[in-house]
Design a protein around this ligand. Sequence first.
Ligand code: ZN
Length: 137
Amino acid sequence: MSVKSLNHIGIAVRSIDEQRAFYESALGLEFEGFEDVPSQKVRVAFFRAGNVRIELLEPTEPESTVAKFIEKRGEGLHHLAYTVEDLQTRIDELKQSGLKMIDDQPRTGAHHMQIAFVHPKSSFGVLTELCEPSPQK
Ligand code: ZN
């Protein structure tokens, strides 16, 4: 297993609108756009910070895992996402090494990336996402 780079940092927020000015105006990060990710019941806003994106995750439904996260732990740092190649192979390697995965198979996340989450019990409390950018972009 070897990670290519840090892809993005996910931050759980109640309202993107409320926080957008902080990232865009105060910090001066380039706003890249919104995206709805129905599979995770979130609306996402992306900001670019060099080679890394900041991903604000706003729950669209109360049963979204992000909504539950905010209820339990408040707004703030939610996950780190690393770029990998051959995601399914990486998932299989991690499982063989004894780690628990939330996703045994890649699913489609924002930016049409294939993503999979490592279970926080296997990543020492830091929710960890592996993502494989789609070949066309
Ligand atoms: Zn993410």
